[in-house]
Write a protein that binds this ligand. Structure first.
Ligand code: TRP
Length: 333
């Protein structure tokens, strides 16, 4: 049997998960569980760096997000599911790595510069926020993760992680840390209702917990082929976001391709109007989400807490070992 690589990824518990997370990230995590030793982490300290003025929601979304993970099939028997703040070693490693991280590496990080310029509704001019990617590096290096599934926006953080790992290995003349590689999450084909990337901040998303009415409203607001103005006009499914949703979700409710072909041809001939097509999509999505919500209901807060506690224990065991090794290399033991 070949060696199983170690993989770690994390999410900040700052909002409800939506269909974009499902299709872009979570589906991928579910598959990766069978090929890698996976650590999936709720990055609540990272969330605190931007939400500290309004921190009550972090705990709520921690449970809420983990519940979604479990409902889509992230399996605590296969993967270690844990909360960052339960494993203090992340902070310890972050401190140890901070001594060899030049401030300029953090200041020049494009995500940092961008956010400092863009985020105006919250004050993120704090010491911790500058160290955001350093804590992320500690998350990854603490478990000697070799692979990190992330979106393109996170690439600068992984590059910094590699630089820190390289510098550490060089300084202490020992290959302690592997240089982690990104497993790039493909840009999700699923756009938001306004055809931009689906995102909480654009308010163009369909949450996994959306009510039936909510789903319908959101779907009815979706942008379709601008040349198809009324029923009878021929449409172009290939450029229509609603059609892309049909492509993705028809499979998930176990309808076959014929259904999809019918939509394709009825749209092209004009027989199918956009409102009808959207109503159909809303009912398919609701069918899919009903099953999802049913699975979600099975996990009570106490079950989630148990899973997080068990995950933290497993993570801690590995983390404590690594910290011993790192402290010894750095001359502290
Ligand atoms: N910064 C990541 C994000 O916002 C979350 C994160 C924290 C993370 N630590 C991580 C991702 C470690 C991958 C690996 O999406």
């Amino acid at each position: 049997m070949h060696k199983r690589y170690i993989l770690l990824s994390g999410m900040r518990p700052t909002g409800p998960l939506h269909l974009g997370h499902l299709v872009g990230v979570l589906d991928n995590w579910v598959k990766l569980q069978d090929e890698y030793n996976c650590f999936f982490m709720i990055a609540d300290w990272h969330a605190l760096m931007s939400e500290y003025m309004n921190p009550q929601s972090i705990k709520t979304y921690t449970f809420d997000n983990v519940r979604d993970w479990l409902a889509v099939g992230i399996d605590p028997c296969k993967s270690i599911i844990f909360r960052q703040s339960d494993v203090k070693e992340h902070l310890e490693l972050s401190m140890l790595l901070s001594v060899l991280t030049p401030i300029s590496w953090l200041e020049r990080c494009p995500t940092y510069k961008e956010q400092i310029n863009q985020i105006k509704d919250r004050d993120i001019n704090n010491y911790a926020f500058l160290g955001y990617p350093l804590l992320q590096a500690a998350d990854i290096l603490l478990y000697k993760a070799e692979f990190v599934p992330i979106g393109e926006d996170q690439l600068p953080h992984l590059e910094l992680t590699r630089e820190i790992a390289r510098r550490f290995n060089h300084l202490y003349k020992k290959e302690i840390f592997p240089l982690p590689k990104a497993l790039l999450t493909k840009e999700s084909r699923l756009l938001g209702t306004d055809n931009r990337k689906m995102s909480k901040s654009y308010n163009n998303y369909i949450a996994l917990q959306e009510t039936e009415r909510g789903v319908k409203q959101r779907v009815l607001s979706m942008i379709t082929d601008p040349k198809k103005i009324k029923k009878g006009d021929p449409g172009r499914p290939s450029i229509c976001n609603v059609y892309t949703y049909h492509q993705i979700f028809i499979k998930r409710i176990h309808l076959d391709d014929k259904q999809l072909q019918q939509i394709d041809s009825d749209c092209k001939t004009g027989k199918l109007g956009c409102v009808e097509c959207k109503n159909m999509l809303a009912s398919y999505l609701n069918l899919y989400l009903a099953k999802f919500k049913e699975r979600r209901e099975r996990y009570k807060d106490k079950d989630i807490l148990k899973i997080l506690n068990r995950g933290a224990e497993c993570a801690k065991e590995k983390a404590a070992q690594q910290i011993q090794e790192i402290k010894s290399v750095m001359g502290l033991l």
